[in-house]
Design a protein around this ligand. Sequence first.
Ligand SMILES: NC(=O)c1ccc[n+]([C@@H]2O[C@H](COP(=O)([O-])OP(=O)(O)OC[C@H]3O[C@@H](n4cnc5c(N)ncnc54)[C@H](OP(=O)(O)O)[C@@H]3O)[C@@H](O)[C@H]2O)c1
Length: 418
Amino acid sequence: MAVDVSEVSKLDVEPGTLPDTMAAWVIRQEREGEPTDAFQLEEIEVPEPGAFEVIVRVMAAGVNFNNVWASLGKPVSVFGYGDHPEYGHHIGGSDASGIVWKVGEGVTKWKEGDEVVIHCNQASYEDVEVHGLDPMAAPSQEIWGYETTWGSFAQFTKVQAQQLLAKPKNLSWVESSAYGLTYFTAYRMLIDQCKLQAGHNVLIWGAAGGLGVFAVQLCKAAGANAVGVVSSEEKGELVKRLGAVDYIDRNEFAGMMRKGGESPDEEKARFKESRAFAKKVKGILGDAPDIVFEHVGQATFPTSVFTVKPFGKVVICGATSGYTLDFDVRYLWMKQKQIIGSHFANAYECMRANELMAEGKIQPVLWKTMGFEGVPEAHQMLHENRHQGKIAIMVGAESEDEGKIEDGPGAIRAEVGA
Ligand SMILES: NC(=O)c1ccc[n+]([C@@H]2O[C@H](COP(=O)([O-])OP(=O)(O)OC[C@H]3O[C@@H](n4cnc5c(N)ncnc54)[C@H](OP(=O)(O)O)[C@@H]3O)[C@@H](O)[C@H]2O)c1
């Protein structure tokens, strides 16, 4: 059935009552491929909330790279896991702001009408890890809107009650819709995994990117000194504006990037460049970094291990340039350095990080706002690397400023970022 996109912000039901159907951008297994083909607008039945679940009316949604992978069906199709076999469709979207519309049995903390943002970690309450170790360690752990369906690119989304966080009043629907996934990941990496302290020196790769803009701000807020690596002067200026001591343009050290399969002579030349880079970092920070914030992977990892201070930490949550990492391990053991893997965040970390947003100590960084019709194109832009920063999608919201009910710094609008 054809869906009228211009009607998506309008509802004829009050909180507590769900309509039978909703508009949603849906991926189906038979059309996995380019995002502009894979995402199709469909009229879909609105799910009922199960026990400890909540249906949220989506006001705005954030775009992340994970649903580019969901479109492509690569490296694996999402249809093999999570709740996809049960429903047979994928509604993506792992970031959102919205209004609690209907609560399921057992939910006591949230009520219809509450304004919320949503963190993207789901886990079963029955897994013991949730109650004593960390929900991220639970066998049932999944990323909502990627490993599960009922994500945020629809008029309504179905989430676990523990995913809800109070929407910062100083931010609009749009501004609060697109920071969760990257910001909460950066928060866990620095604050909990690396015990970031005032006076620490930190090297941040991709400092104007989705994770980087928050890593830089967290360092500033904690009283740590950050140097950001970027690929243009424009991005460098943004990073300085966010609180970095200075930036390094990685194009000046292009030779340090590990491609894999280098000959001994090529590796020697590459390592020389890494040394020059480490010297530059030390020059800016006054010492080698206590922490290196990694997500680039293969290209930069040997340099990260070499550059971090003895007894320092390389914390890594991704591998954009390739996930098979190799490096000279002597620099690790002789200098007693640590490598720490990190993945998203638990609900408590999300809540703490979100409070900093509400206090205006950390700000979202937004590049573009698009209407609901923009979902496929936004993902296509990411896929083709035509984006320059974070994209938010208006769903229930009709303007960029709607939803802001208190004064505050709001989001930083940036023409750069990715
Ligand atoms: N595990 C998790 O929970 C989690 C959460 C969020 C993201 N991630 C992963 O982390 C990675 C980054 O995410 P993001 O949202 O920050 O992406 P992003 O917005 O695209 O930013 C990444 C930045 O890394 C830099 N970069 C890319 N390729 C590089 C290379 N070969 N060498 C050096 N720098 C390079 C780029 O900045 P410059 O060009 O300016 O250097 C780019 O802006 C992705 O792989 C993502 O999947 C993981």
